[in-house]
Design a protein around this ligand. Structure first.
Ligand SMILES: CC(C)(COP(=O)(O)OP(=O)(O)OC[C@H]1O[C@@H](n2cnc3c(N)ncnc32)[C@H](O)[C@@H]1OP(=O)(O)O)[C@@H](O)C(=O)NCCC(=O)NCCS
Length: 179
């Protein structure tokens, strides 16, 4: 297990938008926004669907700390999505995986690109980190557009690289490097 990256809150350059750790008081809102097929369809197979209050309670109490650092993406302090950094360990400790999602009502305002730019800065602030990568399911043009906007490049196409709902899918690996 590697050290988690700096988890401190972030103010985004978009009016009212901040990033902070998930809280107990987010449980009902998380269960409400995360139980959306437009999100679930594109997340890894570990994403619960249906997404219950019990899933949300586990996430805010344990899940968010399990693999790295996670933030709630908040508008006026109300959680509307999430983002996280998952530092890789051992000989792969030069790598950090980044992930993101947002409730559809807030799509198209550049919220996730703004958040992801800060998360790239956070990652590279750790001198051990040289590559930040995002595996994106084939067909997820919105997420690939985010990767493109923040200066990531398409590193490889990985056929048959993950299961999703019992089917083997192709993923596109996007990455950004220390300059
Ligand atoms: C991918 C996602 C995080 C993008 O977040 P965002 O803050 O809306 O990002 P942007 O505002 O930069 O929009 C990205 C693209 O989404 C598309 N988009 C924007 N608003 C949209 C809307 N209302 N409906 C459908 N697509 C829309 C556009 O193609 C846009 O690109 P453009 O700015 O060049 O037109 C969001 O769509 C999402 O949460 N999707 C479901 C979960 C997911 O895919 N997570 C990533 C897993 S790898």
């Amino acid at each position: 297990m590697t050290e988690p990256l700096d988890p401190s809150p972030i103010t985004l350059p978009l009016a009212g938008w901040t990033m902070r750790a998930w809280r107990e008081s987010d449980v009902a809102q998380l269960a409400c926004i995360a139980d959306d097929e437009r999100i679930a369809a594109w997340m890894s197979d570990t994403w619960p669907h249906p997404y219950t209050e019990a899933d949300a309670r586990w996430w805010v109490s344990e899940g968010q700390f399990a693999m790295g650092t996670s933030w709630a993406l908040c508008q006026d302090d109300v959680a509307q999505g999430g983002a996280g950094l998952h530092p890789q360990g051992g000989f792969q400790r030069c790598n950090v995986e980044v992930g993101w999602w947002l409730t559809p009502d807030c799509w198209g305002q550049g919220v996730v690109p703004a958040a992801a730019r800060v998360l790239l800065e956070r990652s590279f602030a750790d001198a051990a980190v040289h590559r930040v990568f995002a595996p994106i399911h084939a067909g997820n043009t919105r997420s690939m557009r985010v990767a493109e906007k923040i200066g990531m490049r398409l590193e490889s196409v990985q056929p048959m690289s993950a299961y999703k709902r019992g089917r083997v899918i192709e993923r596109h690996l996007w990455a950004s490097y220390r300059t």
